[in-house]
Design a protein around this ligand. Sequence first.
Ligand code: ADP
Ligand code: MG
Ligand code: MG
Length: 881
Amino acid sequence: MDNKFVYSFHEGSKEMKSLLGGKGANLAEMTNIGLPVPPGFTITTKACINFYDEGKTLWPSLIDEIKLHLAEVEKTLNKRFSDEENPLLVSVRSGAVFSMPGMMDTILNLGLNDKAVKGLAKSTGNERFAYDSYRRFIQMFSDVAMEIPKVRFESLLEEMKENKGVHNDTDLDSEDLKALVEMYKKVYFEEKHEEFPQDPMKQLELAIKAVFESWNNPRAMIYRKLNDIPHDLGTAVNVQSMVFGNMGDKSGTGVAFTRNPADGENKLFGEFLINAQGEDVVAGIRTPNEISELKDIMPEVYSQFVDATKKLEHHYKDMQDIEFTIENERLFLLQTRAGKRTAHAAINVAVDLVDENLISKEEAIMRIEPNQLDQLLHPMFEPKALADAQIIAKGLPASPGAASGKIYFHAEDVVAAKARGEKSILVRQETSPEDIEGMVAAEGILTARGGMTSHAAVVARGMGKCCVAGCSEIRVDEASKVIKVKNEIIKEGEFISLDGSAGTVYRGEIIKIQPELSGNFEKFMTWVDEFRRLKVRTNADTPKDAAQAVVFGAEGIGLCRTEHMFFDEKRIPAVRRMIVSTTLEERKKALDELLPMQRKDFYEIYEAMGERPVTVRLLDPPLHEFLPHGDEDIKSLAESMNIAFEDLKDRIEDLAEFNPMLGHRGCRLAVTYPEIYRMQTRAIIEAALDIKKSGMESILPEIMIPLIGDVVELKYVKKEIEEEIQLVFEERNDKVNYLIGTMIEVPRAAITADEIATEAEFFSFGTNDLTQMGYGFSRDDAGKFLSDYESKGIFEKSPFEVLDQKGIGKLMEIAVDLGKKTRANIKLGICGEHGGEPSSVEFCHRLGLDYVSCSPYRVPIARLAAAQAVIKESVNVTRDK
Ligand code: ADP
Ligand code: MG
Ligand code: MG
């Protein structure tokens, strides 16, 4: 139905996530599979979008629809709004399509007013509870819906406790709370110049509006940006009848994961608090109990809960994150969703679910976000260094990983430290959504309060960031910026280290090493390799990088940049002499010095890669990048070359260009100085002959010429190179197979690829330059303005990060078609940064490239993305974010 905007929980299902939001769809699903869910209804995301179209108002027919559903809930529960005997109270809960923890605000106990509070006291026989709920409601409603600062209420509460000489909220009696309610209402009047709304329907409308508006609050916007969630989805609103976890010792509230979200262990993991409501557990107000302790306190409820968690996991075929409340020993489920987990846990859970026959390998592969793998590849503390390190405290192992950094106590200080290039640890009493940017910038997070499901823990795990939470042995003084622990003081700017898997805090910095990639990770990656068609190579310039990439599964080198070898301290003088030479003779002399070094590099790289193919790119950057710029350096170079300082300085100035990226670089250098490419080619081929002699018969170097725009350039350079190769063959009286190909990175080359392919045996798309030249965005300058494009919504992502499939991709598509027309079996690859970015990898798969090439650490990511591309084509599995 087109104008149906409200769905009762009976009417929805888990498939209706985009309309009902994640929370609403799952509340409906749980209701319909017979789990105990307090009745309620969902106002759709479509209504949220309509709300913005209507100038942020709730239109009359929507209000009628809401009233109709409310009447249904009243009837089911035999309770009524404002009733003096048995009042209906509801929660108003936001629920976006993708879960956004802590980003949107929930209001509890709505419907309380001066009348209903008496009704609540009567129906529960607990006046204290009723007034406690009322004061909580006024505060929450004022804060969330009316933007009245929380502190206005909190300070009154503190004052009241002080006057009574008590410590805990629970020590206040019903008379105190009654008085507090009156004070709270006065605050409301002062702030809003009208009475606290007594009409529940008015309360409800204001609350719904506030949830809709919170879709666009800054925290929510940042979270969406960080997680690539579109801004135009809108949020649903769930209105649900209240159950009370704060009714006494037989009540409580909690959250649990069906498996361990840090390592995936198949064991219930969670926490609860007796006599508490709503956010108390998540907010880390008191330190909660472990879920297993519920067994001793309420065995019946515990076993009921365990059954429900099993049912949910089987039903959803995934690890669930469940919120529940117990009201007088009656269990209610309030939320379920796919649990956020670390990459380590994600792999273990996916592999276990396949082994338990709950999901297929394809589904398991689709469950892992390729970028998440990054977390598994990064270094851990070196065991010996760790054993020697000084432990200062133990907290909860909230999110695994190893982090060292200088401590800072405020998010903005961490952000500033990052800008200075420092590694830092964010230390807080407890975190809140305002700290998000600091959490992103930090190496790790340490909090003194809060449990395993506190804000810090949940968000850190989602980000794959190391976190130690609830470290109660330390005292965090945010104002004077120190940690106090036992007799020690650690000041802002001093180093600590965190082990997020053990929850340990160390003093100082600890060195790190590579983790082992075995067990379930290995098993999972074998499945990945069974599915993918695209090969994955690596961009590597050194034997060390090459070896690392092989460990990560690289099947070859797609780009070996020879210039990186030139920057070596021992070589740069020869490189510089080569550049500033004014005669061919001088230049050749310098090149002769470089030849054995380059030959050794290539030999070692071939060795590291074994039988795998290696593409070497000949010199690409503008020459003056290698030259000294300070007078001191110029002087010493002049001396070593035995020429006058002034002459050298002039020569260097001659070489400067206005627009070096479009200047004398790439194949253009070889047009002027063919001897440079000849030397490099000689090194490539001689090294190949050497390694062939040592037994590696299959060696097949691929020589790649950069920055070709016109086939005539390629013809010229190729002729020079081939002459040199023939020379080497004759000198050595031996041969190897080789390929000569080109980068496709100048738009003209892409659209004349049929001509280029007459000379080139392979193409490798240099999508960094292709994007630069295709868009006309200078790569070195675009950073300054592309962020504005992103913040103004003109670009979702910088085209240097995520390949622009429409335009730059079109150039690639044209080049592939034309290239194949000339040379049906032409080898095709990509070596720009995009080769390791999942959506771009998928595009390369569809384009029919043979391989993608990316930095070593992205190789597993590209392998997974390539497998997902195949699975997406064959079956329609959707990824649950
Ligand atoms: P979030 O999206 O931030 O998790 P929720 O809407 O899930 O917010 O609400 C937070 C908590 O409030 C829930 O976990 C639950 O404990 C409590 N809550 C929400 N609605 C109800 C309700 N109808 N009855 C009792 N508690 C509720
Ligand atoms: Mg929740
Ligand atoms: Mg380039």
